[in-house]
Each structure stands twice: as structure tokens, then as C-alpha cells.
Design a protein around this ligand. Structure first.
Ligand code: SF4
Length: 355
């Protein structure tokens, strides 16, 4: 039974599958003429690409995120279109049998290595699996991999563990001799992983990457430029009180929103099969797509940046409000500062202003 028949048996129609392939093709900025090629590559893959999924320091949220996707069911797709040989959280095998599956796959070569979680570099005793440190395991598994994909904030740039004592690192800090495709966010976004895998299956190469190793197609646009609350930012309307219904839709900058520093497709491609995304649900962007997340961005929900305003010098939001008399005025001044910090959306702005 081919991958498409298997998907059909699980309730995913060929129409849904073709739609997914078309979305992938569009996401990567390819012409519609490539849709049949993507469909054919996935349909006729005589030998499904083998995947080894390693998990280091993390909360397993990236696996959860992928497995919770609905239709087309990403888990079904990933399990049936590819051959998932090793995944510590969901595989049935354990112990020596599981390690044997990984060893065999490594001997065959040509597999895709997906990494979730950061690598603790402080001490090889942290995160030991099958008697090996996670760092050793990663180096060993990366050797014969045809492609390496780091999924989620932890695997890409260290994520939340980077703020802790384990000297947590991303895959690119350890794998120096091979390209790594970084798909950050916390958790990793299933639509991006599925699209990247389909792209690899079809074209046998990685998509074009930015300077942080992220596919440009997903990470070229500043969230702030596509935000549904941007009009309120322009009007100087900043939410300061969660309990005030009149502020419900206002800009979340004063609540620590990192949208002006974050490059992501969140505003265009919503989460959970298009159900919603953070800002639309009332939560400030935490900047999880950026290398600065989490260690350099916390506290996440407090505006801490200093603004350098003409005639006023360096000041934070509070002193700015007092200096120009009242919160409404502060909003207008922050709006001005916001314009200064967001600039024209060039990549230089992703570092934003200092704390
Ligand atoms: Fe949207 Fe945040 Fe920018 Fe406000 S600061 S417009 S909430 S991205």
C-alpha cells in the first residue's frame, strides 16, 4: 500500500493531500506548476525517507504540537509518508531494540535527522541516553544524515533551557560541518515541519535559509508589519489594563510584545490548523522565533526596553510616562519610540533596542 492509500485508509482524502502539497508549494514561493511534482514525489516515494527524531533538553512540546495537528493529520502524514525509525517519546520499542533501530538506520544512511530539544554542554552526564551523552548521540547520528532539521526554540538556539545552568546549546553550535535547517518557535510549528519535509522529499535539498538557518519563506517578515493590532499601534493605543474592555484589541507593546523584533509567519499562517495565534488570542508575542528567545527576551510580559528619544535621552516606559505627563501621552511617545525601534523592518531590527 502506497502512502496515499494509507492516508486514505485513515480518512485523509487525496484532495486534502493535494491541498497540503499545493500549500507547501505556495509556501516555498514556487509556481503552481510544481504542485504535481510535489504530489508525485510523495506518492511515488518507493522507499520512504527514513527519519530519526532525537530529543534533548525540552518539554516534548514540539512532538505534542506535531501530533495534535488535525487535518490532514500531520502525525499520520509523517508516519506514513516518511518512515519514522526512532522517536523516544512515541516509539513502541525501548532499550537495546530502540538503539538497534537507530544504529541500522545510521548504517543505511540517507535519512533525515530531526532534533527537538537543546544540547547540555556544561556536563556530558546531563541528558544521557543509552549510556551516551546527548552531544555524542547527536554527533554520531548527524554523520550519515542527508538532512538535519532542528525543530523548536530549544533545538535551534537553546530556548528556555539556555537561561538555566546546563549551558544549553542549539544544534548549529554542535554540528559545524553540515547544513542545519532551523525551524524555531516554542513549540515548533507543524505546518513548517511538514512543508520542509515535503520540500526535501521533492527537491532533495534544503530550502533557502536566512542567516539564522531558518527557511526564508517562513521567516522573512516582521510580525509587527502584519499584526492585526498594528492600527492601534499607529494610533498610540496601547493596552495597559487587561480588565479594561475598551482596551481589548489594543496594541500589546506595553505588555512586552516582541512583535517588532520577531520574524515569523504567525500572522499569516495561524496555529492549530488555522484556529488562532498568540496576539489574536490576546497574548503578547514572546519572540519565540528569534535566537534571543528566551534568555535575552525575558521578562516576556513586561516592557523593559530603554528608549532613546530626542530631547529626553534614555528612558523606560514608566519614566517616559511621568516625563511627558500621563499614560495617554506615554502611549503617543511610545508610538514614536516604536517607530524608531521598528524602523523599516530590516533584519537589523531583530536585535531591537537594548535593555
Ligand atoms: Fe502587534 Fe505587538 Fe506590534 Fe503591537 S507591538 S502592533 S501587538 S506586533
Amino acid at each position: 500500500m502506497g502512502p496515499i492509500e494509507k492516508l486514505a485508509a485513515k480518512g485523509v482524502s487525496r484532495r486534502d493531500f493535494v491541498k497540503l502539497c499545493a500549500a507547501t508549494t505556495a509556501a516555498f514561493g514556487l509556481s503552481k506548476v510544481f504542485v504535481p511534482q510535489v504530489v508525485e514525489a510523495a506518492e511515488t516515494a518507493v522507499k520512504k525517507p527514513a527519519v530519526i527524531w532525537l530529543e534533548g533538553q525540552d518539554c516534548a512540546g514540539c512532538s505534542e504540537s506535531l501530533l495534535a495537528t488535525l487535518k490532514p493529520d500531520a502525525a499520520t502524514l509523517v508516519l506514513d509518508v516518511i518512515s519514522l525509525r526512532y522517536h523516544e517519546t512515541i516509539m513502541a520499542g525501548a532499550g537495546e531494540h530502540a538503539e538497534e533501530a537507530r544504529r541500522k538506520t545510521m548504517e543505511e544512511g540517507g535519512y533525515v535527522l530531526v532534533v527537538e530539544g537543546s544540547i547540555p554542554l556544561a556536563d556530558d552526564r546531563f541528558c544521557k541516553i543509552g549510556g551516551k551523552s546527548f552531544r555524542e548521540m547527536l554527533l554520531e547520528t548527524a554523520k550519515n544524515a542527508a538532512a538535519i532539521v532542528a525543530v523548536g526554540a530549544c533545538a535551534t538556539y537553546g530556548g528556555i533551557p539556555k537561561a538555566g545552568p546546563t549551558n544549553a546549546a542549539g544544534v548549529l553550535d554542535v554540528i559545524k560541518d553540515k547544513p542545519v535547517i532551523n525551524l524555531p518557535m516554542c513549540p515548533g510549528k507543524p505546518s513548517q515541519l511538514v512543508a520542509t519535509l515535503l520540500y526535501f522529499i521533492t527537491f532533495k535539498r534544503a530550502p533557502e535559509l536566512d542567516k539564522y538557518g531558518r527557511p526564508k519563506v517562513f521567516y522573512s517578515n516582521l510580525l509587527h508589519d502584519n499584526c492585526p493590532r498594528r492600527g492601534h499601534f499607529e494610533n498610540g493605543q496601547f493596552l495597559t489594563d487587561w480588565n479594561d474592555p475598551s482596551q481589548k484589541e489594543w496594541c500589546l507593546l506595553m505588555k512586552g510584545c516582541k512583535g517588532p523584533k520577531t520574524y515569523t509567519d504567525c500572522a499569516q499562517v495561524w496555529w492549530n490548523d488555522g484556529a488562532n495565534f498568540c496576539i489574536n488570542a490576546g497574548s503578547p508575542c514572546s519572540g519565540c522565533a528569534q535566537p534571543e528567545f528566551y534568555a535575552d527576551f525575558n521578562p516576556l510580559y513586561t516592557k523593559t526596553e530603554m528608549f532613546n528619544l530626542p530631547g529626553l535621552g534614555q528612558m523606560n516606559v514608566d519614566s517616559l510616562g511621568k516625563a511627558i505627563g500621563g499614560l495617554a501621552a506615554a502611549g503617543v511617545a511610545v508610538h514614536l519610540a516604536g517607530k524608531l525601534i521598528t524602523g523599516n523592518g530590516s533584519e537589523k531590527d531583530s536585535k531591537g533596542v537594548g535593555k
